[in-house]
Design a protein around this ligand. Structure first.
Ligand code: MN
Ligand code: ZN
Length: 497
């Protein structure tokens, strides 16, 4: 315990440090003293000598003065590809590429002329560039002994004549990216640093800094409310389960405005339990907490951006381990809802912790909608890969809104069915339900199981982010590892209410 404890303490000190590695400001004129002058350019129809290439994010670097500092006096031009194909995502990607160049070259001050974006016929182009910059600057090197010190990079955005970009919009893009980066950072943290108990402590500190209300329910309190599903999943861990509740009141003047309740799976490490994962499948299971991290990021962003709608975040944190006390296959667990579940696989633990979290959400809040995010099934990865997350819902209007938000944020979803027939696959023999139903319709079984814990007509959606919560390779504005998927999509949805 002592060793874990020490990590835990030193770790707390860093928690509330800004995680965004770049400061973005709106400038009125191009500065003379910048390290790097950045230009955005569309690829010409015909290749011109010295012109930027056709593919998005291609960089042309020109050194303007000879100097020993490689980043000083450089002109950097980034390609946006063909103008006709340009979308906000194109621009975000270009921003990400620029950020990566600036941070690897340890530039201190850049100045980006975004007037090329004036010729586009959609709104938000310059915002997308700011978002890409702030997201692309993320890196996770806290545990490296030889890490490069943060350069304190600032990028001035120089708008064109028609650019509709305000300083407030720049701040919003940066605040949103900072919340995504926090979700990424905590997602990256190893399981000997972030466990249910230390995660709860982090969230308490974050809540204080973000002026959110926070309640941590420990294992004793959970036992008193018969939250046996979340308790059993974490019973073999030396750091017992926690249910962490964050509340953001919203800026709406309307009395009794119903909150949107976000529920996140945060299995800080998933061994599979006695249904043990093999030595390859177990690596990377620190990312089994990414649904919870997205919820935390969304609450931080909602507060920073002063979203109108009240939002509640419920994070179900547990570590799925093995010991003499661990739960096992064939155990019958009585969930907080009263429904009983026979454990078929101890590796289907996410739906167990979510079952209790969903019951808690509906017992304590009259929700406008309940949305859960979870790295729930390998099956969704088989179905949709790492391009889209699975969307399940009992409410078409909610599903449509979330789908549209996913398109805008480029955190894309695809809806899968929840027909009653699927329930037959998990009807219990000696219990009400079983927690696993074999290989058929694998991601849908996760969804239909969760649906059994939704009461009445509560609008509910389940996002299975198992394929998108982390990435195995560097993406244009996200390095390998936790992606923070869900934060931008949820904020788009919340802001549209
Ligand atoms: Mn599992
Ligand atoms: Zn899991």
């Amino acid at each position: 315990m002592a060793r874990g404890e020490r990590v835990h303490v030193c770790d707390l000190i860093q928690v509330c440090k800004e995680v965004a590695a770049v400061k973005i400001e709106l400038a009125s004129a191009r500065r003379a003293t910048v390290d790097v002058a950045i230009d955005l350019e569309f690829a010409p129809d015909k290749p011109t000598p010295g012109g930027v290439g056709k593919s998005v994010g291609e960089l042309r670097v020109v050194e303007r003065r000879s100097t020993r500092k490689p980043h000083v006096g450089v002109a950097l031009t980034v390609s946006l590809g063909a103008r006709d194909d340009c979308t906000p995502e194109t621009i975000r990607r270009a921003g990400g590429t620029v950020a990566r160049w600036l941070s690897t070259h340890q530039a201190r001050r850049g100045s980006a002329d975004v007037s090329a974006l004036d010729s586009l016929d959609f709104d938000g182009a310059a915002n997308a560039f700011c978002e890409g910059l702030a997201l692309g600057a993320f890196r996770f090197d806290r545990h490296k002994t030889k890490r490069k010190p943060a350069s304190g990079l600032t990028v001035d955005i120089v708008p064109g004549r028609q650019t509709r970009l305000t300083a407030a919009a720049v701040k919003r893009a940066a605040a949103l990216a900072e919340s995504v980066n926090l979700a990424r950072e905590w997602g990256h943290e190893p399981p000997n640093v972030v466990n249910p108990v230390s995660l709860a402590a982090r969230i308490v500190r974050l809540a204080r800094a973000s002026k959110l209300k926070c309640k941590v329910l420990d294992h004793r309190q959970l036992a008193r409310m018969n939250a046996n599903a979340i308790l059993q999943v974490g019973v073999a861990s030396k750091t017992p389960s926690r249910l962490i509740v964050l509340e953001y009141p919203g800026t709406t003047k309307a009395r009794n405005a119903k909150p949107v309740v976000l529920v996140g799976k945060a299995i800080t490490f998933d061994t599979g339990g006695y249904s043990l994962k093999d030595k390859n499948g177990i690596v990377g299971m620190k990312y089994d907490k990414c649904g919870g991290m997205a919820v935390i990021g969304a609450l931080k962003a909602a507060a920073a951006l002063k979203v109108k709608t009240p939002v509640v975040g419920i994070i179900a944190a547990a570590e799925n381990m093995i010991s003499g006390e661990a739960y096992r296959p064939n155990d019958i667990v009585k969930t907080m809802s009263g429904k009983t579940v026979e454990i078929i696989s101890t590796d289907a633990e996410g739906r167990m912790v979510l079952a209790d979290a969903l019951t808690y959400a509906q017992k304590h809040y009259k929700a406008r909608a309940v949305i859960d995010l979870a790295t729930l099934t390998g099956g969704v990865v088989v179905a949709l890969g790492s391009t889209r997350a699975g969307l399940f819902s009992n409410n078409d209007a909610l599903a449509d809104r979330l789908f549209a938000s996913g398109e805008r944020a480029h955190e894309r979803l695809w809806r899968l069915p929840l027909d009653d027939e699927y329930l037959d696959l998990i009807k219990g023999d000696d219990s009400d339900l079983k927690n696993s139903g074999g290989r058929h319709a694998h991601p849908i079984i996760g969804g239909i199981f969760l649906k059994q814990f939704i009461e009445g007509k509560t609008p509910w959606a389940h996002l299975d982010i198992a394929g998108v919560g982390d990435t195995e390779k560097d993406l244009p504005y996200c390095p390998k590892g936790a992606t923070g998927f869900g934060v931008r999509l949820l904020i788009d949805y919340l802001a549209g209410l």
